[in-house]
Design a binder for this molecule. Structure first.
Ligand code: PNW
Length: 461
């Protein structure tokens, strides 16, 4: 890493946690074994044109059968934490009823394998694979789904809480609600904005219900939390329409989640914006007390930041629908293969801001990483300089936020393996370990060795 970045990375506090993350549908494959039923992603993958190249998660990284070797990889990299998600339709086929013994057995073995290797297991209960039957009953826009989620969470909790200390309810509810129900880019592919706003509320309610029940049943002091994706929304200028556009972007992207979770109320400005579109959040009595149930750790997933303007291309400030314009402008930074701009200071700004606006909430970086078009040499070695540089600059950004007072306890890279990158299929590679999809061979990239070294150096200090 460049000297200035290395100097910052050297300041990371003692006890800082190092790890790597994955999610069930993106790596497991084995979609129709041991009683698993389809999730909304199995269904969405069958929609023509939904996924690049018509890719699906049917096989993915075959992690379901290769799990012990994949755990050994994490061990070889000297990382102390593995964040994985549990597939709801494996554990509770159809999303209702009792536990499926064959389905939970996989996670039981995974947890035992991790513990045997000295790796802390971090469970994410929901990383987007809703049982299709629950979508058929209305999905997240329907209130009942929140209760179904809490019931499912307790099945997993009862099976694994004797050995798992850290629990995350949801991964990135913004993606579930907005990409899934408003923009149609993710499963279930719906484009219904009011339904997406209802989904936000029911996701948060599900988080709160599950948190309360896990807390109540906890056999000892456990860490329970939620993971959000967030970014810094920079205004393009100090002009009022630009400031407003950045405010709206931050409101829908971050505060709509953080405010109810931490402060127990939705942000008034976002409620007012939604009202001008005729949308109301379907809040019932007691919901906000449930949603703001105390939690122990806030997971932050960060990839990029954006600049916002409230002006259209011709200087207008309202669209044809009469609503104010919110548009992104380039920051003119290098981009990853996702076309996402590389903005490490947006990471620092975000973390410092959260620590000021939501004090007393310890954070962990639960995902950070980048897709690049890797090339392997004849030996299979991947010199992924772009990804390695991304990790270095973003680790420095985290260290800088800590210097400015943010309470950040660890850093988990996305992702252990190249995997099924949702609507982009297998073309976009986020792994620190390359997957050869012909042979399922795993080949550590330069970035994996970099993270191994950083963690090792940090621990030896
Ligand atoms: C996250 N956005 O998704 C997910 O948690 C991972 O499963 C995924 O592989 C990773 O980031 C890389 O995409 C996101 O449009 C998807 O801002 C989209 C966005 C952010 C995060």
């Amino acid at each position: 890493a460049p000297a200035a970045e290395q100097a910052l990375i050297d300041t990371l506090p003692p006890g800082f946690r190092w790890g790597v993350a994955t999610s069930a549908y993106q790596i497991e494959g084995a979609i129709d074994v041991d009683g698993r039923t389809p999730s909304i992603w199995d269904t969405f993958c069958k929609v023509p044109g939904a996924i690049d190249n018509g890719d699906t998660g049917d096989i993915a990284c075959e992690h379901y059968t290769r799990m012990p070797a994949d755990v050994a990889l994490i061990k070889d990299l000297g990382l102390d934490t593995y964040r994985f998600s549990v597939s709801w339709p494996r554990v509770q086929p159809g999303g209702r009823g009792g536990v499926n013994p064959a389905g939970i057995a996989f996670y039981d073995r995974l947890v035992d394998e991790l513990l045997a290797q000295g790796i802390d297991p971090w469970v994410t209960l929901y990383h987007w694979d809703l049982p299709q039957e629950l979508e058929d009953a209305g999905g997240w826009p329907v209130r009942d789904t929140a209760y179904r989620f809490a019931d499912y969470s307790m099945l997993v909790f009862d099976a694994l809480s004797d050995r798992v200390d850290t629990w995350t309810t949801l991964n990135e509810p913004w993606c579930s609600a907005m990409l899934g129900y408003a923009y149609g880019a993710h499963a279930p592919g719906r484009k219904e904005y009011p339904a997406a706003v209802a989904a936000v509320h029911h996701l948060l309610l599900g988080h709160g219900l599950a948190t309360e029940r896990m807390r109540e049943a906890a056999p000892r002091k456990l860490d329970i939390g939620i993971t959000l994706n967030a970014a810094t929304a920079y205004p393009a200028s100090d002009l009022e329409p630009d400031l407003e556009a950045a405010r709206r972007a931050d409101g829908m992207g971050a505060r709509l989640y953080l405010d109810p979770l931490v402060h127990g109320h939705y942000p008034a400005d976002v409620i007012a914006d939604l009202a001008t579109e005729g949308i109301e959040i379907p809040i019932q009595e007691g919901d906000l007390a449930t949603i703001s149930a105390p939690f122990d750790v806030l997971g932050i997933n960060y990839y990029f930041s954006q600049k916002f303007t409230g002006f259209g291309e011709n200087g207008e400030t309202a669209g044809e629908d009469g609503l104010p314009i919110t548009r992104t402008l380039p920051l003119n930074r290098p981009r990853t293969a996702m076309d996402w701009e590389i903005v490490p200071e947006g990471f620092t700004d975000l973390l410092v801001r959260i620590s000021k606006d939501y004090p007393g909430v310890p954070m962990v970086i639960t995902e950070n990483g980048a897709a690049f078009e890797d090339t392997a040499d004849t030996t299979g070695y991947v010199a992924d300089e772009g990804r390695t540089a991304y990790f270095a600059s973003h680790l420095a950004a985290v260290a800088s936020a800590i210097q400015q007072g943010a309470d950040i306890r660890g850093y988990l890279a996305w992702s252990l393996l190249d995997n099924f990158e949702w609507a982009y299929g297998y073309d976009k590679r986020f792994g620190i370990v390359r997957v050869d999809y012909e042979t399922q061979a795993r080949i550590p990239k330069q970035s994996a060795l970099y993270l191994k070294e950083v963690a090792q150096q940090h621990r030896s200090k």
